[in-house]
Design a protein around this ligand. Structure first.
Ligand code: FES
Ligand SMILES: [Fe+2]
Length: 396
């Protein structure tokens, strides 16, 4: 986010606050609940969204150094291994040995290695995915070509500090996928030089869209987050802009923004005056607070289940030392727990929504005019899903 944009967005929020308004859609919107509960819908999402579009998977800062790796599962249990090579390039492999398909690295594991040794018979791969060696290979596999037994690789690109991969192995991540405004926003957050403080991973029994929707509106702050977020925010005000298919930046103004009116423009600082949310749907939401960024990874597991990974990204130690000071650690630990507490306030509601939808007792939902980012999301979603009346009827 360049300085001009920062000033423009702060002015926009102040004007809305002065008028007692927020960013509106022209009308309310109503959807049947099928899209959240139907297995057929989920299959359609898998086909049209999860396996056909480039997907933001991780921050490059999660694997900053040569040999750093991270394993995770994409939709349908596709096992992925993200590795940064000696050449600083990130590569995305299938986390599956080419001998008899054993998982090379436990799912969820991260670390730094020069070699990946399969836990079954010790076939060994380098950070570029080449099969570097295997016990007794000549005697047992002389008729196979070792060169052709590297790890299965997906096309990936690191753009603006985020790692994108293409789940379709015949396709590539376009070079211009990330909107310049998003890349500039990630620069503003210094995303590329953040460090991982800690991660958390768990499964929530709710559709991924319900969880995403809770992340891109402020209508619920005064109620659902009455004792956590609400005291710091300006209520039901948010502004947002979107680019490409599903890239969005949302501004959620906080009370310090009111002081902006009294301050010279040079002193305006969005990072202190608002929470900033970036979405790279369907998998990633970045929530920037003044001294940390929460990367929230959502992996849809089924219509009614989503794996959530929370990664707290923070500045490197101020002192320049390897480790954070005791004081910094205390702040990061507090923030890590606070973010989790706030997210759980949303996720618990999400689980009740999912259960109620599944019961079928109320079979539609409504988005208000001020829940305008939800309307935008569902418009994009409908386009990518190629939804028309026939498709909707078939998936219900
Ligand atoms: S399955 Fe990996 S070495 Fe046998
Ligand atoms: Fe929330």
């Amino acid at each position: 986010m360049d300085r001009q944009t920062e000033i423009r967005l702060i002015k926009q929020a102040l004007e809305l606050k002065a008028r007692g308004e927020t960013q509106y859609h022209e009308s309310t919107q109503t959807h049947a609940t099928d899209r959240y509960i139907s297995a057929a819908w989920f299959e359609r999402e898998n086909e049209m969204l999860f396996q056909r579009q480039p997907i933001a998977l991780a921050a490059g800062a999660e694997i900053p150094n040569p040999g750093d790796y991270l394993s995770l599962e994409w939709v349908k249990g596709v096992p992925l291994l993200l590795v940064r090579g000696e050449d600083q390039q990130v590569r995305v492999f299938a986390n599956a040995c080419r001998h008899r398909n054993a998982r090379l690295v436990a799912t969820g594991e991260s670390g730094c290695r020069k070699r990946f040794v399969c836990p079954y018979h010790a076939w060994t791969y380098d950070t570029r995915g080449n099969l570097a060696g295997a016990p007794d290979f000549e005697r047992g596999f002389a008729d196979l070509d070792q060169q052709k037994l590297g790890l299965v690789e997906f096309h990936c690109r690191e753009l603006g500090g985020m790692v994108f991969f293409h789940p379709d192995r015949t396709a590539e991540v376009p070079e211009d996928l990330l909107a310049p405004e998003m890349a500039s926003g990630f620069d503003y957050l210094k995303l590329a030089t953040q460090r991982v403080y800690k991660r958390r991973s768990y499964v929530i029994k709710a559709n991924w869209k319900i969880l995403l929707e809770g992340g891109i509106e402020a209508y619920h702050f005064n109620v659902a987050h009455k004792n956590t977020l609400a005291p710091f925010f300006l209520g039901n005000i948010s502004t947002w802009e979107s680019w490409g298919d599903l890239q969005m930046r949302m501004i959620l103004p906080k009370k310090p923004m009111l002081e902006a009116a009294e301050l010279p423009e040079q002193a305006w600082d969005m990072r202190k005056m608002a929470n900033i949310i970036f979405t790279l749907t369907p998998a990633v939401l970045l929530l920037a607070q003044p001294d940390n960024i929460s990367l929230i990874r959502m992996v849809p597991l089924s219509a009614g289940e989503t794996r959530i990974e929370e990664v707290l990204l923070v500045d490197p130690p101020q002192s320049g030392a390897e480790q954070w000071s005791e004081q910094e650690l205390t702040i990061h630990e507090t923030n890590h727990n606070l973010v989790h507490k706030i997210l759980m306030e949303d996720w618990v509601l999400g689980e009740t929504i999912q259960a109620n939808m599944a019961s079928g007792v109320v079979d539609e939902i409504h988005f208000g005019r001020f829940e305008s980012a939800l309307t935008w999301f569902h418009e994009q979603y409908a386009r990518l899903m190629a939804l028309d009346d026939g498709v909707i009827a078939r998936l219900a």
